[in-house]
Design a protein around this ligand. Structure first.
Ligand code: GRF
Length: 212
């Protein structure tokens, strides 16, 4: 059985979606940089090992990344899932687990990398927004893209309503992408992702539609 380590910083709703997805893997540990992350309680209730590696206890990013990488490595994971992990990882971490680390970002990358994605999408007046699962590289929010989900931006949206609509889709596509990687259905070459096997592609989404 393949081994999965999940790294979080906060409430961990994407982590929960992974727990509930019946993935062909054992979730062997949940690690947080933040001792107050509520997602840790959920993992503990399921008797999964939890650890806090607090970035504030390290002199710099390298030292934190080294400690985090050592902790992760001690579980010998096949796949490492960042689920709302709010720290930027350096070469120290990323190169050690190349092709094994996934992240979810709440925008249709490469648009709106970084923070406050929902408010920025509203401010730009985009008609479609969404989320992206990608491999982690040293460039923030710019790794090879595996899967994206788009949602319409509605006229009465505020950042909170839009975030909730996107989050529903995050909970759908993150388990999908992790499953494909666990089942060796993903090939990564020249910085592009190929997903092997039959796939369904939806009709285009037009937003808004049917304006008379
Ligand atoms: C999600 O929107 C995720 O895309 C972003 O941070 C948020 C984390 O939410 N990286 P949760 O902790 O998974 O509930």
């Amino acid at each position: 059985m393949k081994r999965l380590v999940i790294i979080i910083s906060g409430r961990g709703s994407n982590m929960r979606a992974l727990f509930e997805a019946n993935l062909p893997a054992q979730i062997v540990a949940v690690i947080s940089n933040n001792a107050d992350a509520t997602g840790l309680d959920f993992a503990q209730e399921r008797a999964v090992a939890t650890h806090v590696v607090n970035h504030r206890e390290f002199p710099d990013r390298q030292a934190f990344d080294q400690a985090l990488a050592d902790r992760v490595d001690s579980y010998k994971p096949d796949v490492i899932v960042l689920a709302g992990f709010m720290r930027i990882l350096t070469e120290t971490f990323v190169s050690r687990f190349s092709g094994k680390v996934l992240n979810i970002h709440p925008s249709l990358l490469p648009a709106f990398s970084g923070l406050d994605t929902h408010q920025r999408a509203l401010d730009e007046g985009v008609r479609l927004h969404g989320c992206t699962v990608h491999f982690v590289t040293t460039t923030l929010d710019h790794g090879p893209i595996i899967v994206q989900a788009a949602v319409p931006v509605l006229p009465d949206d505020d950042a909170q309503r839009l975030a909730a609509r996107v989050l529903d889709q995050e909970h759908r596509i993150y388990p999908m992408a992790v499953r494909w990687l666990l089942e060796d259905k993903i090939t990564l070459s020249d910085g592009r992702v190929q997903i092997n096997g039959p796939r369904h592609f939806p009709d285009p989404i037009i937003s808004p539609d049917n304006v008379d």
